[in-house]
Structures are given as structure tokens and as C-alpha cells.
Write a protein that binds this ligand. Structure first.
Ligand code: FPP
Length: 226
């Protein structure tokens, strides 16, 4: 039987370069990137073999960017979630955030909370947005919670305490670089990694479909033998 890409995770890289290549501002690239988020989420929602799509929207390191870009991304996220609320419900998509949300503005947290609560009964695709997320930060927070409770750290206790307890099957990075950038480090232990030079605003459902086709042919051994 071929592999099923039940959990797809994507590092959406290349918005800035895509915009700059056409003489536009980096923020314009993020706006176009949000349209790709919509298109890829719709594709995944229509393919029942895909349970979960986790997208790296803002990392714990992205705060180092110029203030104007960070503020733009915060506003874009808020606008996106408000606009997409009805579409999540129509397409039976459950929205789940991961990351340390405590740092966000009250209004962004309120929208995140509202969309999460509104869609909690949806049982189709889970669209998970990684927001102020870092794999190292996630593991440290989970370990600290267990320590504070006086619980032993084992694979199962730590895994259950993470923001995301779902193994990644297929991890894609757009934009040409070949690194994980602190994304889903624990969950990607046995993920199949695919890197494409396509910049995120130009990534399409057709390219995702071609990657999934290749993924299905890979022999996954998880450290064992055939
Ligand atoms: C990396 O590309 C991208 C980000 C840090 C932000 C990702 C944001 C989006 C895709 C749009 C908003 C998201 C949602 C969910 C509405 P980069 O800007 O670092 O690209 P570069 O490497 O070309 O500079």
C-alpha cells in the first residue's frame, strides 16, 4: 500500500524575494502568500486522505525582522482569520493554532480564540497555523510543564504535552533553502522532506499534488527493515 500524507507541514518561504523580484515591497509578497495559504488549504480540505496541514506562519525568530514587517504580518493574520472564518465552517475545516500565543495583541488573540472555538466541531481537515512557534521553544515549554507537575519525562508524556502531538508525514519547504528553521523538530523525526525552489506565492495545488505523488512512492522504514 502506498504512503498516505496524513499530516503535511509546510515552511512557506520566499514571499519577500518574490515581491522584490518584481520591484514590490516585501509586504506585498506576504499578501500574495496569504492567497497561496487559502489555495493550498482548499486543496487539502478536498483530499480526504489529508487529515492535517500545519503551516509555519510566524516563528519565534521572526520578531527579529523590521518592526514594520512584523506589524504588517500581525495585521495580515488577523485579517486572514476574520475573512476565512466562514470558509472554514463551509469547508468543515478545524482551525488550530500552535506556538506561544501569549505575546500577541489582545485583538489578535481574540480572533484566534474566536475562530478556534467556532470551528472546534468541524471534523474535516485540521488547518494548524504555527504562530510565534519554534520547535525548541515548544519542547522547553512542554518539559517545564511536566517538571512543574513533578511528572517524569518520557516519550509519551513529552509528546502529549507538546503543542502538536502528531507526527509529520510530509514536510515541504518552498523558496530553495534546505533547512528546518526550528519547525516541528520533534514531530518531523521520520518525516519525508521535500524542498522546492518555487517561491511561496507561486506554489500551486498542482505542485503539491506532484510532491504527494512522489511521496507515495517512497519506501518509509522508520529505522526498521522492509
Ligand atoms: C517567509 O518568507 C515567510 C514568513 C516569515 C511569513 C509567512 C506568511 C505568509 C505565508 C502570509 C501570511 C500567512 C497567513 C497564514 C495568512 P520570507 O518573507 O522570509 O521570504 P524571503 O526568504 O524571500 O525573504
Amino acid at each position: 500500500m502506498s504512503n498516505q500524507p496524513r499530516h503535511i507541514a509546510i515552511i512557506m518561504d520566499g514571499n519577500g524575494r518574490w515581491a522584490e523580484a518584481q520591484g514590490k515591497s516585501r509586504t506585498y509578497g506576504h499578501e500574495r502568500g496569504a492567497e497561496t495559504v487559502r489555495a493550498i488549504t482548499t486543496y487539502c480540505a478536498q483530499h480526504k486522505e489529508i487529515d492535517r496541514l500545519t503551516l509555519y506562519a510566524f516563528s519565534t525568530e521572526n520578531w527579529k525582522r523590521p518592526k514594520i514587517e512584523v506589524e504588517f504580518l500581525m495585521k495580515l493574520l488577523e485579517k486572514y482569520l476574520k475573512n476565512e472564518r466562514a470558509t472554514y465552517l463551509k469547508n468543515n475545516i478545524r482551525f488550530e493554532p500552535i506556538g506561544d500565543l501569549s505575546i500577541f495583541s489582545k485583538s489578535l488573540r481574540a480572533v484566534i480564540d474566536d475562530v478556534q472555538k467556532a470551528t472546534q466541531g468541524c471534523n474535516g481537515l485540521v488547518q494548524c497555523l504555527a504562530l510565534n512557534y519554534g520547535g525548541c521553544d515548544e519542547i522547553v515549554r512542554a518539559a517545564n510543564t511536566l517538571c512543574q507537575r513533578g511528572e517524569l519525562i518520557s516519550f509519551d508524556t513529552l509528546n502529549a504535552q507538546l503543542d502538536c502531538s502528531h507526527d509529520v508525514d510530509l514536510l515541504i519547504r518552498t523558496g530553495g533553502d534546505q533547512r528546518l528553521s526550528n519547525f516541528l523538530l520533534w514531530q518531523s523525526a521520520y518525516a519525508e522532506l521535500f524542498f522546492t525552489k518555487t517561491l511561496w506565492p507561486e506554489f500551486t495545488a498542482d505542485e503539491l499534488e506532484a510532491i504527494i505523488k512522489k511521496f507515495k512512492t517512497v519506501e518509509r522504514r522508520f529505522g526498521g527493515l522492509n
